[in-house]
Design a protein around this ligand. Sequence first.
Ligand code: HEM
Length: 390
Amino acid sequence: MQEIFDAEFAANPWPVLDRLRREGGVHRVRTPDGPPAWLVTRYHDVRVGLLDDRLVTDIRTAGPTDYRGFAVPPPLDALLVTAHADHARLRRLVTGELSPRRRTEWAELAPALVESLLRDIDSDAEVDLVERLAVPLPAAVLGELLGLGGGEQEALAAWANSTLLTCAALPRARDTLATMRAIITSAIEHARAERADTMLGRVVAAHDDTGSPSEQELAGLLFYLLFVWYEVLADLISGSILALLNNPDQLPVLHSAADKQPAVEELLRYLSPQVLAGPRFATTDLRFGDYTIRAGQTVLLCLAGANHDPRVVTRPRELDLTRKRNPHLGLGYGLHSCLGTALVRTITAATLDAVFARWPGTALSVPHRDILWRSGFRHRGPLMLPVKLG
Ligand code: HEM
């Protein structure tokens, strides 16, 4: 059993992942919570795993010994306890709302949204861009996406401040869950009362008119959209700024690119902020290379390991915004792949553009080695980004 998930892994997982890939690619590891799981690190295996319908996310399939993921109480767990057909139905409910068709809309919205946050930052000061930009940004994005009222958006931002910033006391799970529930309930009530023509209003109306999503699914869906992907968006934004500060030769490439998408894809690959796909549980005994995974055991498909696999990516540790072939798995793949893809790409491009156009001489105000990283093992991002803007 390997014990790899420590603070060093969060800051720099690459040497460990290189070794695990070399040593067979599939390993039994201990998760920080204690229970074991299989960790899959080679690109080919991870991709196959993401497509394998014998590996499911439904927690009711999990056996008694292995890692089961974060304990989320009902009704917030609705998406973690859904059978295949229900999961597909829930995805369909939000696919249109999040689809690439909306990219044009977001391409117009995103710069103004980012600008509204940057305007309040004092250019002369030393600032922490995690606190001032990366953590507040997802609240603004999700508020806009779902059509949250001002009160809920503020409550979401306050939740993020109190749980995601270094200076914040460690989140107490029960308080956090109560806050999440309160925000979800209030958002649903408002959307219903106002019959709002927003994404949230439409999902609530679908529930009221057709019963799909059910009451429990509605809460679970909002939990997923508002809280599960919040932190990883913050991680991607702050990680991307840090990566560019550490690779200043890439800034002209970013500036001159008419289409910023390849640059964002490369940042998603290079950083792999979502280190692991959500836990998958084996419905039956199955073979993974030389290893047998037993029914009920947990498989952690390591997106970061796949994205740095030298069999697929040349010079994986290099940030190359001009990379042509980049079949990364940073946003997942297959039936559970990210539904926020179009949004994530547009927001990231707009944010990087705005920050480096406004302050081209920005530099870290502490040595890179002093940057602390979130020690959660399923996703990673800098906990602080102290910079001198210029
Ligand atoms: C506002 C932003 C985002 C929204 C609304 C969003 C939405 C979603 C949703 C709804 C799913 C679940 C699909 C399912 O269970 O069927 C998903 C999956 C996923 N998202 Fe996002 N996402 C966002 C940001 C991000 C970011 C920044 C990343 C960073 C890399 C990311 C990476 C992923 C990955 C890897 C999966 C697949 C997980 C798996 O296979 O277990 N998402 N996203």
